[in-house]
Write a protein that binds this ligand. Sequence first.
Ligand SMILES: *Cc1c(COP(=O)(O)O)cnc(C)c1O
Length: 387
Amino acid sequence: MFERAERLKKLPPYLFKELDRKRDEAISKGVDVIDLGVGDPDLPTPEPVVEEMKKAVQDPMNHRYPSYSGMIEFRKAAAQWYKSRFGVSVDPEQEVLSLIGSKEGIAHFPLAFVNPGDIVLVPTPAYPVYNIATIFAGGNSFFMPLLEENHFLPDLSSIPTEIAEKAKIMFINYPNNPTSATADKDFFKEVVKFAKKHNIIVCHDAAYTEISFDGYIPPSFLEVDGAKDVAVEFHSLSKTYNMTGWRIGFAVGNSDLISALGAIKSNIDSGVFQAVQIAGIRALRLNKSWLKSTVDIYRKRRDMLVEALNNIGLKVKPPKATFYLWIKVPEGYSSEEFASRLLEEAGIVVTPGNGFGEPGEGYIRISLTQKDERLKEAVARIERIRI
Ligand SMILES: *Cc1c(COP(=O)(O)O)cnc(C)c1O
């Protein structure tokens, strides 16, 4: 047989075979299962973006290889969006790179800087790609636990000096998936200081900066003085504009970091389909009122679910950002046990928190990306549960 490479054998084990089996069994028995597990917007891509794509796809100019670093028009639109949204100036030629979704950029980034045995600082619980990309590059993750008592921010002072000295990259992500925590600029300043002191590259995953509520406006990491000396920020059009299927995002930041990532990418992929970049430009230029209507939908869903969960005795605070609820399970349950109970008694699928890393044990994540009617049905079923 063909033996798989060590890097695949080193992937963390998949924890939820049993839960998946229960879900499949429920479905096969005819249970109407509501999936609140995956974070993939149910809302459609804005109509003007779809229309732009229709035109662009018919133009033979767009049928050829795109530029590796991305169309300059797309990079300019990203830079303009950055300026108007965050007040941060970036050079579209040197400091912006188109990505085939931000996951692609995040996954490739360690290949540009990590040698076998190097250390990467990775939050946990977290989006799994930071750790896996580190493994694929031959590096070792040093996990930074995100704990409720620290507002789900990593405690930089608890990182041993010898680890900090050896670390090449730090990944962070705010607003955060899965905890829905937010970070303020003071925390980002602390990270810049730490990174400069120990010569560490900061990769900030900013996939959720546009999904926020109650007047809260998430900052860009690059708003902080000196951030551009050490950091690259990953943005995605996926969550902001309901474009997960289109595969488009971009990286912004330090020109040496951007150019090194570009050097990896130009040897692996050949850029983003130009028609998708043209549609992406249209998205970045959408009127702000469009985003507001999307966020209003998530806010209503959030409030509806938070109320239902509190009614059954869980203590859930409405998150300031993201479309996730990060919920402490009742006393006496593990994450998986409580997820099983929701499946068995309410036909609802949620993600056990430990799937995002060990400190996520004791939590579940609920995603708000299901149709309103389905969420209402979920709420009705939840309210029938007695804990
Ligand atoms: C969804 C998500 C991404 C990936 O988005 P794409 O641009 O679709 O690849 C990256 N990071 C986090 C934390 C996410 O939740």
